[in-house]
Design a protein around this ligand. Structure first.
Ligand SMILES: [Zn+2]
Length: 344
């Protein structure tokens, strides 16, 4: 097999995994297809070196630049995706409190995040399906003394089923407004039906509120600023929000997408979105990153390590936040080099 053919096969196998996740199915063939690293395009080395340079002496950033998903070769990225999709996506993890007023509920794969305001709750995402919302989210809320009736809005970060799966249940049972970007409402509507299989079936919520770039969502004393960061999906929604941390108010950025996409055009968009969110975060004075795939930033593990320290490990500072986005950008540019090589 020629180099270009093996490269194409590797890229296609990673892309197939992502697309099957997005579509709600894991075809056995995509799961088993071995990904063999093609020869490294020359352009990669420079971007990875720059990522490591940006990381400097910050251990969190060093790990991101040396072992982080965006900076991985196709085979390593494929193995990581395989790791998180080989075990049941429905394994519940204990609910976690990330800040005084921020809670996380979900599985080892995906989470719902709740921000408690002075007058109700703002929620991000809706897990994989109704059943997870019913068996994981509802009891978890109770555990923290939070009421379903207090949820004012659910912001869906993007139109992939693992983020909106339980939205229809929330819409039907509690009449909670569901909000998503226009592009991703369209994406959701265009996706093939997910009748079930290894996972319970997924129902689309009825089209409801549309989120626009720069929009502010105000609930009680909280304002969430919407930043559209296309790439992972056409209308990925990131957010800038304020949280209470030991009584101190801190601003955080919630990155709405996670895995890199399967096309050059979308990778390019995602790379540009890293710069956009970096700038929005800087302007708002943000000091850390949240995400509803909590494993991606080790949110729960890092928070658990805090112990009795007053310093929340999720507060990394404005400089490290900017560094994170710059590392993402370098490594996504590196991924573009893999994609470019695939097309030769
Ligand atoms: Zn997704």
């Amino acid at each position: 097999m020629s180099n270009s053919k093996s490269l194409l096969k590797s890229g296609a196998a990673v892309a197939a995994l992502f697309m099957s996740i997005a579509a709600g199915a894991m075809p056995a063939a995509a799961q088993r297809a071995p990904v063999v690293d093609p020869p490294t395009p020359a352009a990669i080395a420079g971007h990875l070196a720059r990522a490591i340079e940006i990381a400097g002496k910050n251990p969190l950033l060093q790990k991101m630049a040396s072992e982080g998903y965006w900076c991985m070769t196709p085979s390593k990225a494929s193995a990581l995706v395989g790791k998180y999709t080989s075990k049941p996506l429905t394994d519940a993890v204990p609910p976690a409190q990330l800040f005084d007023n921020v809670y996380l509920f979900g599985t080892s794969f995906v989470s719902m995040m709740v921000l408690k305001t002075s007058d109700g709750l703002i929620v991000w995402d809706a897990l994989n399906n109704d059943e997870e919302v019913r068996t994981i989210f509802e009891p978890g809320m109770k555990q923290f003394g939070l009421n379903m009736a207090d949820i004012k809005i659910v912001i869906i970060t993007h139109g992939h089923f693992d983020h909106f799966g339980g939205a229809k249940y929330l819409q039907d049972k509690y009449n909670i407004p569901i909000a998503l970007s226009a592009a991703d409402w369209d994406l959701m509507a265009a996706a093939p039906a997910r009748p079930g299989g290894p996972m319970p079936p997924v129902r689309n919520p009825a089209r409801d509120k549309t989120l626009a770039d720069g929009q502010e969502i105000k609930v009680g004393d909280a304002t969430v600023r919407i930043v559209l960061t296309p790439g992972h999906s056409p209308g990925t929604v990131s957010s800038i929000l304020s949280v209470k941390d030991g009584g101190t108010t801190r601003t955080m950025a919630a990155w709405g997408g996670t895995a890199f996409p399967a096309t050059t055009a979308m990778l390019t968009q995602m790379r540009d979105s890293t710069s956009k969110l970096k700038e929005a975060a800087r302007a708002a004075g943000a000091v850390g990153i949240l995400n509803t795939h909590a494993f991606f930033y080790d949110l729960v593990e890092r928070k658990a390590k805090q112990g009795s320290s007053p310093n929340n490990p999720l507060v990394i500072g404005a400089e490290a936040l900017a560094g994170t986005m710059d590392i993402k950008r370098e490594c996504l540019t590196g991924q573009l080099a893999w994609y470019a090589a695939m097309r030769k």
